[in-house]
Design a protein around this ligand. Structure first.
Ligand SMILES: Cc1cc2nc3c(=O)[nH]c(=O)nc-3n(C[C@H](O)[C@H](O)[C@H](O)COP(=O)(O)OP(=O)(O)OC[C@H]3O[C@@H](n4cnc5c(N)ncnc54)[C@H](O)[C@@H]3O)c2cc1C
Length: 437
């Protein structure tokens, strides 16, 4: 058996571990076109903030590839795969044969087509090279365009380095895909209290400057700046798959089946590049977050090595607490209007609890949790329980009071685990139920 893995990040690394848990010896060739191996993308904002040095960004030890008998082609791009001859052609001039291949190519930062976007001092934050560019930015005024998670993290990182930052978002509130209006309002206040200027409902229409960016022209004004971070989203890196005739889905990612195989026999996909079944939305979606890439890589790797594992589906989860200073996280859908699949049979409920400094919301569809928001001290600790109930789509109608309580405890939901025993077959749950606690 010969394995070729394209991508060297969350999904590919967890696929390596899954393959090696079954197949100790077969050759694995892994390709990553980024020059720095094994860094965690999630930690790049901390690097930009000068809070973590480069070695501290690693999520596996430097000898990971050697220990796992992986031939790592770092800084080498795969330019084509040929499913007929089962080969991958790389930029090093060589062609590599495979029996099983994994596409874990992640996503590319979207560069909006705004006049002047190619000026010096403008960068997305996606790759290690981007992080280094931003780290080396000169000047003391920056604009961050796009107030998604990465945009908000980027502006706080720059602010922590003493840069004066404006956050510009064309939609009505910050973190529009991650929190509802109420939660976004709390977070916006916190960001503004840090000294960051937040402008919503306004879009960038031009970058001015002679070679280097000098200002961002918006629909109603102009913001002078030395640098710009573009944070308007990520698009699945499907070029290799498209060229090879592999099916691309409605969301623009690679289509996968329940075992993470693509439309092409022996070619698998995992991570930000692929579409999976979203449990909360009850539809195919791309949940481009690290833990989902790890899970999908694990399933793909196991199946590439001959096992028969099924992926249970993905759920979006985002936490911004480390940046804004108070715990803040959300999962699944945050507003019922995101549930485009809703039909007449669906009954939605939004249960909210708000105090001056905290906010908690749970969204139910036909009694099952499809989304939740937790903001404030003491709110997020029990989010793990909510996440378990969401992922297994358990009817929690009789447990709403317990779920909204700050003292929610695993024991509170033990009767539910017993009632839905067929959905909790793992040893840890069995043990809990058997002990009768
Ligand atoms: C700044 C930032 C902060 C983030 N913060 C969080 C967070 O707090 N929590 C969270 O859950 N997620 C976060 N994410 C998202 C998370 O990093 C991604 O979901 C995760 O990295 C996806 O892993 P992946 O393996 O699918 O792809 P990627 O990490 O995108 O890696 C794909 C790799 O494949 C390489 N590649 C692509 N094409 C080729 C080719 N043809 N040949 C060779 N190599 C190729 C790419 O260059 C890249 O190195 C963040 C992302 C960014 C950018």
């Amino acid at each position: 058996m010969r394995y070729v893995l394209i991508g060297g990040s969350a999904a590919a690394v967890s696929a390596v571990e899954a393959i090696r848990s079954v197949d100790k010896l077969s050759p694995i060739d892994l390709f990553s076109d980024e020059k720095t191996p094994l860094f965690s993308r999630v930690l790049l904002p901390y690097y930009v903030a000068e809070e973590l040095s480069k070695p501290l960004l690693n999520f596996r030890s430097a000898d990971f590839f050697e220990e796992n008998k992986v031939t790592a082609h770092i800084g080498v791009r795969v330019r084509e795969i040929d499913p007929q001859s089962k080969t991958a052609a790389a930029d090093d001039g060589n062609t590599y044969a495979y029996d099983k291949l994994l596409l874990a190519t992640g996503g590319n930062a979207i560069i909006p087509k705004i006049p002047g976007v190619d000026k010096e001092g403008i960068s997305p934050l996606k790759t290690m090279q981007d992080a280094e560019n931003i780290y080396n930015f000169k000047g003391d005024r920056a604009v961050v365009i796009g107030a998604g998670s990465i945009g908000v993290e980027s502006c706080i990182s720059l602010m922590r380095r003493g840069v004066r930052v404006t956050l510009l978002e064309q939609l009505g509130h910050v973190l529009p895909t991650v929190f509802d209006d109420e939660a976004a309002g709390i977070i916006r206040n916190l960001i503004e209290q840090m000294g960051i200027e937040v402008i919503t409902g306004e879009r960038a229409i031009e970058f001015t400057g002679n070679g280097r960016v000098q200002s961002v022209v918006t629909s109603t004004g102009e913001i002078e700046c030395d640098n710009v971070i573009l944070s308007v989203g990520v698009r699945p890196a499907v070029e290799l798959a498209e060229k090879a005739g592999i099916e691309i889905g409605m969301m623009g990612g690679i289509t996968t089946d329940g075992g993470m195989m693509t439309s092409c026999q022996d070619i698998y996909a995992a991570g930000d590049v692929c579409e999976t079944f979203d449990i909360a939305r009850n539809q195919i979606f791309i949940n481009a977050i690290w833990p989902m890439a790890v899970e999908q890589g694990r399933i793909a790797g196991s199946n590439m090595a001959g096992q028969d594992k099924q992926y249970g589906g993905s759920v979006r989860m985002n936490s911004i607490g480390n940046f804004i200073g108070i715990p803040a996280m959300s999962m699944g859908v945050t507003r019922t209007d995101e549930c485009s699949y809703a039909d007449e049979e669906c009954h939605f409920q939004e249960i909210k609890k708000r105090t001056q400094n905290t906010y908690k919301k749970i969204i139910l569809k036909n009694g099952c949790i499809v989304g939740a928001i937790f903001i404030g001290v003491g709110q997020t600790q029990r989010s793990g329980i909510i996440s378990i109930l969401l992922r297994r789509q358990i009817d929690v109608s009789d447990y709403i009071q317990a779920l909204m309580s700050n003292n929610l405890n695993f024991m509170d939901i033990l009767p539910l685990l017993r009632r839905y025993g067929d959905k909790f077959t793992e040893p840890e749950y069995k043990e809990l139920m058997d002990t009768g606690l």
